[in-house]
Design a protein around this ligand. Structure first.
Ligand SMILES: Cc1cc2nc3c(=O)[nH]c(=O)nc-3n(C[C@H](O)[C@H](O)[C@H](O)COP(=O)(O)O)c2cc1C
Length: 188
């Protein structure tokens, strides 16, 4: 039987980004947890230009093939996890751009955050993202994975190796996402 679809969005697009190994770790955790069919959406591959639609996304009158493709992708999702860095005490531009492109496609779907950075663990960026996702009628989980000094968790092969706290945080956030996804389904 098919499960609801969890889309893990890799927000960072720069070459050598830490976001890729962090998302690969979370992907493995989410698949093992088993509540969702899991997809990874890499904004570096999606490669949306800076928002270039004439109309407000709420009208869904998309002019560009890249917007139609992004709309179809996000329509398929039932829940999201955004894996994101902190840039200059806030979110990175690519994730804001990707969110701004659409509207109804995001509505009434839960979202969790895996944030990372230096001393702040990306929490300033996560806090800045919350009103953005709220405007899109997404429901953020209270549970989150916030990774401080992220470089310490990257091994010599470039893999992300979590500690127990981060693993527990991921499990708690996934459980909450599954609960919220079921509750929000009738609204979609
Ligand atoms: C443009 C830029 C701004 C940054 N600003 C912050 C910041 O405000 N707070 C922080 O903790 N780390 C900051 N960093 C460090 C990032 O957390 C670190 O480079 C991280 O690896 C970036 O994620 P990424 O590798 O997935 O792109 C910044 C990095 C870049 C490239």
């Amino acid at each position: 039987m098919s499960q609801p679809v969890l889309q893990i969005i890799i927000a960072s697009t720069r070459p050598g980004r830490v976001g890729l190994p962090v998302a690969q770790w979370f992907d493995g955790v989410a698949r093992a947890q088993g509540s969702f069919d899991v997809e990874v959406l890499d904004l570096a591959e999606v490669a949306l230009p800076l928002f270039d639609e004439a109309g407000h996304p709420i009208a869904r009158q998309y002019q560009h093939a890249h917007t139609v493709a992004w709309s179809e992708t996000i329509d398929r999702g039932d829940a999201f996890v955004i894996v994101h860095p902190e840039y200059n005490h806030s979110y990175n531009a690519a994730i804001k751009n990707a969110l701004d492109y659409l509207h109804a496609e995001w509505n009434y779907k839960p979202v969790g955050f895996v944030s990372y950075g230096g001393v702040s663990a990306g929490t300033r960026a996560m806090t800045a993202l919350k009103p953005v996702v709220a405007a899109l009628r997404m429901i953020p989980t209270v549970e989150a994975v916030n990774i401080p000094f992220v470089a310490q968790f990257i091994d010599d092969e470039g893999r992300f190796v979590p500690n127990d706290m981060l693993s527990m945080g991921a499990a708690g956030m996934l459980a909450e996402l599954a609960k919220l996804e079921r509750a929000l389904a009738p609204l979609r």
